[in-house]
Design a protein around this ligand. Structure first.
Ligand code: XMP
Length: 524
């Protein structure tokens, strides 16, 4: 089906919103997730945000996140006291509670012991924040604690260890909790956030992907004008959604370039080509550059070298095609909100490089394009909903993530065409069986890895000496951490059997039982 041009048009930004001020907690994103699940738009901003910027954002409510620092330390993140005069409801969480108390004349000090884990709150005073709470288990994680609450505040709930677990200045609508309502271990935490966002801050639950799509279509049209846009389409969820969204806005002013490096999953190149040329009215350029890539990767075993060669070659090939498009002024990218938030973090850039070049689509700044990143305010699951709204098939919208360097980092050691074929065939059987068992959507990522190890086997009456294949499957929310997926062992046995019988070159299959950390998801 060809996409419909949007008729109804949302005029402007969401009618309600919440501003989350990030004081450096590892789980700030979860606050945003909980709010978006309520159908309310929210953004996370660094604590350096100015009062003028807050006024400009004009939120219905403000949430102060937790954070790792101590309010009384020099250079710990803080915020202007004027924020309390804006007459906007505020909820402080953990460090957020401490900063409220510290700035408004209370006292914060070191707790005798770090408190980490479950606690039970006892409600001592009625408050709209704790309305309809039925389960009192909350999750604590803090080293400091409030010793004296500011004037005008009262205690709403306590725990055995925390006399100020929940405090409120009901008149000024400033609330603060010592625990983390955003994490699942605070059983009714999502309700507490809803009470704040919907009842106290009076946000309307009107933020939907349909509205978002319409707003973005308008914004893209306005930004692009008469110019041309190019987009590196990989067939993954993010770049597919970006492409279709932009094509809805500007039709054939968009050209998508799909570079096939020859290291894709079995039939993937043909499938992507089919989906985009048959279902959508898009300028689609398919570049088969597999010979070039595989030639350059010959005899290369080092994973970082593989990544660098692939990244460099990708840019070269993409650039060549892009230069053929006249008046191309914009480059569309599928940047997501977690990448944007990451760049807000105070210590970003200092973490160690575990794997370089996580995004083959990341083109160098010297390419003189302006960026269009219409997904930069969305989380992955929201992108999937948007994809469905745009009419993308489930096979694209629900596809497991696939690394830019593709099978190059799943063939351990040097790459040959024969090894690519073996891995593609084995991987296809694995995924087919997972889909047949109805498990594909439960798993974040499942794939096979071809090892440079040969072992002895016996097939029929003959001795074999062939490669070992490892299977990996993990669950995850964002790929940053991951858990092992626990298959039924009979299913694993069936998959192993099929692979050994059907794929010549493999005579042993093993399953990877490593979470991340300490392992990474990919093997290289
Ligand atoms: P790791 O292996 O670092 O992977 O635990 C986390 C997520 O990132 C993907 N990944 C990559 N994606 N280029 C990419 O575009 C890469 O070089 C790359 N390495 C890993 C991986 O598939 C997983 O989803």
């Amino acid at each position: 089906m060809k996409p419909q041009k949007t008729q109804e048009v949302a005029k402007n930004k969401p009618s309600s919103s919440i501003l989350i001020i990030d004081f450096g907690s590892q789980v700030t994103q979860l606050i945003a997730r909980r709010i978006r699940e309520l159908g309310v738009y929210c953004e996370i901003k660094n604590s350096k945000i100015s009062i003028a910027e807050i006024n400009n954002f004009n939120p219905n409510g403000i949430i102060f996140s937790g954070g790792p620092c101590s309010v009384y330390e020099e250079n710990s993140p803080t915020i202007s006291k004027e924020i309390f005069d804006l007459k906007i409801p505020i909820l402080g969480i953990c460090y957020g509670q401490q900063i409220i108390c510290h700035l408004l004349g209370g006292e914060v000090g070191k707790a005798n012991e770090r408190e980490y884990g479950k606690a039970e709150i006892k409600i001592v005073k009625d408050s709209p924040l704790l309305k309809n709470i039925k389960n009192y288990q909350v999750w604590m994680s803090h080293g400091d604690k409030v010793n004296k609450i500011p004037l005008g505040f009262e205690v709403v709930a306590k725990t055995d260890n925390a006399p100020f677990a929940v405090i409120a200045n009901q008149e000024k609508k400033i609330y603060a909790v010592q625990f983390h309502p955003e994490v699942v271990h605070s059983i009714d935490g999502a309700k507490i956030i809803k009470n704040f966002v919907v009842d106290i801050a009076k946000s309307k639950q009107e933020w939907t992907m349909k509205n978002f799509k319409e707003e973005q279509i308008l914004a893209i049209r306005e930004k692009v004008g008469e110019n041309q846009v190019i987009c590196g389409l990989s067939g993954g969820v993010d770049s597919s959604v970006v492409s279709v969204l932009i094509s809805n806005a500007i039709n054939r002013q968009l050209t998508c370039i799909f570079v096939d490096h020859g290291l894709l999953r079995k039939n993937e190149g043909t499938e992507v080509k089919k989906i985009f040329t048959e279902n959508f009215d898009i300028n689609f350029i398919y570049v088969d550059a597999s010979e070039l890539f595989i030639g350059r990767l010959k005899n290369i075993s080092d994973p970082e070298k593989k990544r660098k060669i692939i990244g460099k070659t990708f840019i070269e090939v993409f650039n060549q095609e892009a230069l053929k498009i006249k008046n191309a002024k914009f480059l569309a990218q599928g940047t997501l909100y977690p990448d944007v938030i990451e760049s807000l973090h105070p210590n970003q850039g200092v973490s160690q490089t575990i794997k370089s070049h996580h995004n083959v689509g990341g083109l160098p700044k010297r390419m003189k394009f302006k960026l269009i990143e219409p997904l930069r305010m969305l989380f992955k699951d929201e992108v999937r909903v948007l994809g469905k709204e745009l009419g993308l098939p489930d096979i694209v919208v629900g596809r497991h993530p696939f690394p830019g360097p593709g099978l190059a980092i799943r063939i351990i050691g040097a790459i040959t065409i024969e090894k690519i074929k073996i891995l593609q065939n084995a991987d296809a059987i694995y995924i087919e069986e997972i889909k047949k068992a109805g498990l594909y959507n439960e798993i974040w990522q499942a794939f096979a890895v071809l090892l440079p190890v040969k072992t002895v086997g016996v097939m029929g009456d003959c001795r074999t000496y062939e490669s070992v294949l490892a299977l990996r499957a993990v669950t995850s929310v964002d790929g940053m951490t991951a858990d092992i997926y626990h298959f039924d062992s009979h299913l694993l046995a069936k998959i192993s059997n099929r692979i050994i019988n059907e794929v010549r070159g493999i005579n042993r299959v093993v399953y990877d039982y490593t979470s991340k950390p300490p392992g990474t998801i990919e093997w290289e």
